[in-house]
Design a protein around this ligand. Sequence first.
Ligand code: KMH
Ligand code: ZN
Length: 286
Amino acid sequence: MDKLIITAAVTGGEYVSKETTPYVPSTIDEIVDEVVRSVEAGASVVHLHAKDPDTGEPWSGDPNPVLMEYVDRIREQIDVVINLTTGGGRVGNPPEIWDELVRTRCRLGQEMMSLNMGTMNRWAEHPTGEIFLNTVRMIERWCGYMVEAGVKPEHEIYDTGMINVCRQLAAKGIVPEPLYVQFVMVGGTGFLPTPKALIYSLDQLPESWTWSVCALGRHEIPMAAVAMTLGGHVRVGFEDNVYLRYREFAESNAQLVKKVANIARELDRPIATPKDTRKILGLKGP
Ligand code: KMH
Ligand code: ZN
C-alpha cells in the first residue's frame, strides 16, 4: 500500500465564504499561511480556488492572475504539490472564454489540476446557476491542454458513469495511464457518501489507477478513514467541510489534516511527503 497522500482544499472552493465561517482564508496572506500550516500537519497537495480577499466569495472575472500570485507566494514559503481548480474560475466569465482561461491556467507553475468528469445538477446554490457544465468535448480539450503542459489531471468523479468517461479518455490516448481519480461524494445530486458506494465504484476502476476520496460535511472524516483502509488517498479542508466536530468550527484547515494524519498513524499508514507524492503520481516536479 502506497504512503497516504493528503490533499488540503484550503480556500473553501466555490461554496464556502466568510459568511459560512470566519476561519476560511481569503486574503493571499491568509491562504499562504493556511497552506503552510496544512503542509506542516501532513498535507502534501493543496487544492486552490481564486477568492475575493474581502468576502471569501469566488473571485469574479479572470482568476488566473490571482491563482498565479498564490502559486508564486506559496513557492517562496514551502515545498508542496499545487493543484489548481477548473471547476472554479467561472463566475463572471461566459462559457465562450472558459477554454482560453483553462489553457492559460495550465501554465502557472502548478503540477496538478482538477478535471470534472461530467455535467450535473449542482448540489448547492452557485452564482453560475443550477448546472455544473462539463461536456465530454470540454473535458477532452481541457485534458489535452493539461497533458500538453505536463500537468497531471485529477479526474473528479461524482457518479459512476463518469468512470466510463475516464476510461474513454485513456482509450483515446488523450491522457496517459495510470489515471488519478477522486471520488467526490457530495450526496444530494451525486454519490451518497457511503462505504458501499465507494466499494461499488472501486470495482469498476482499472487496477493500476490511483484514487482519492473527498466527502462533504460530517461525512468527510469517516469516508477518509474508509478510504485509508482500502488503500486510497484523501482530501480534507474547508472546500468540503468547515466543522472540526458537531457544531464546532475548525479554526484552521490544519486541524482537519491533523485528524486524518492521526488516524493514518494509528493504522500504521505512513504519510506521503511532497517528494513521495510526486513519485506515487508520476509528477514532473515544480
Ligand atoms: N468542489 C469539489 C466538490 C474543482 O475544484 O474543480 C470538487 C472540486 C472540483 O474541487
Ligand atoms: Zn475545488
